[in-house]
Design a binder for this molecule. Structure first.
Ligand code: GTP
Length: 226
């Protein structure tokens, strides 16, 4: 695959046997939310264990891969980091396809981003379901808790959770590594529960090398990894 996601031919593997594990599965997770809320930082923290204070706008989408084991299941996790900037608008929704779960992020220090979270959630619920038509598991992350000094906006958060059937929410810090693993672990466990009965799922096959800072869309048209 030369490090490129096969956008045109979205094939997917979910094998039920392998040499080392009883079961191999591949999950596609989305991470969505407004620009600058910390999506890329959260994925970097989770996948690489690193944090950078530099802001580099995501163009279109990035993705990262991580291998995880749960009991006797080997999980190849694709995390699709969708650009939050409105400039990319609905063109990024093509990447929603075949996702089995989503992480929705807002920035505790910018109250408008929690309002935008509802826009992202509405869009997600309209466009993404599991193959049996049921809702995908979602976690909501209230990020940048390391620089937020007030009490958490729990009323707004609980309202969102109820309205959009969010499975759990976490106050997180990509910077200080607060609740990042916990949030992903929760979502992985939920995904294993809800996809348990499905023998195969469609998705996107990604090459192992295709990891981070591979912006897929540039100049709103071409489809290549830079
Ligand atoms: P787009 O690519 O535009 O969609 O933004 P994004 O949501 O991916 O934001 P990104 O991860 O690039 O983070 C934006 C800025 O917030 C960067 O300067 C990060 O270093 C900073 N940041 C991210 N998470 C945290 C956090 O938990 N705490 C603090 N203090 N800063 C953070």
């Amino acid at each position: 695959m030369n490090g490129r996601p096969n956008i045109a031919d979205m094939d997917y593997n979910m094998m039920t046997t392998s040499r080392d594990y009883t079961k191999d599965v591949q999950f596609k997770f989305l991470i969505i939310g407004d620009f600058g809320v910390g999506k890329t930082a959260i994925v970097r923290r989770y996948v690489d264990g690193r944090f950078s204070s530099k802001y580099k706008i995501t163009i279109g989408a990035d993705f990262a891969l991580k291998h995880i084991t749960r009991d006797e299941t080997h999980i190849k996790l694709q995390i699709w980091d969708i650009a939050g900037n409105e400039r990319f608008g609905y063109m990024t929704r093509v990447y929603f396809k075949y996702a089995v779960a989503a992480v929705v992020v807002f920035d505790l220090t910018r109250s408008t981003t929690i309002q935008s979270a509802s826009k992202w959630l509405r869009d997600l619920r309209e466009k993404v379901t599991l193959s049996d038509g049921t809702a995908v598991p979602v976690v909501l992350l209230a990020n940048k808790c390391d620089i937020y000094n007030s009490s958490l906006p729990t009323d707004s958060i609980n309202k969102l959770c109820k309205e959009y059937r969010i499975d759990a929410w976490f106050a997180t810090s990509a910077k200080d590594n607060v609740n990042i693993d916990q949030a992903f672990n929760f979502l992985i466990d939920r995904s294993l529960q809800v996809t348990n009965c499905e023998p195969t799922r469609e998705g996107i096959a990604l090459d192992e090398k295709s990891i981070f800072n591979k912006n897929i869309y540039k100049n709103q048209g071409c489809c290549k990894i830079l």
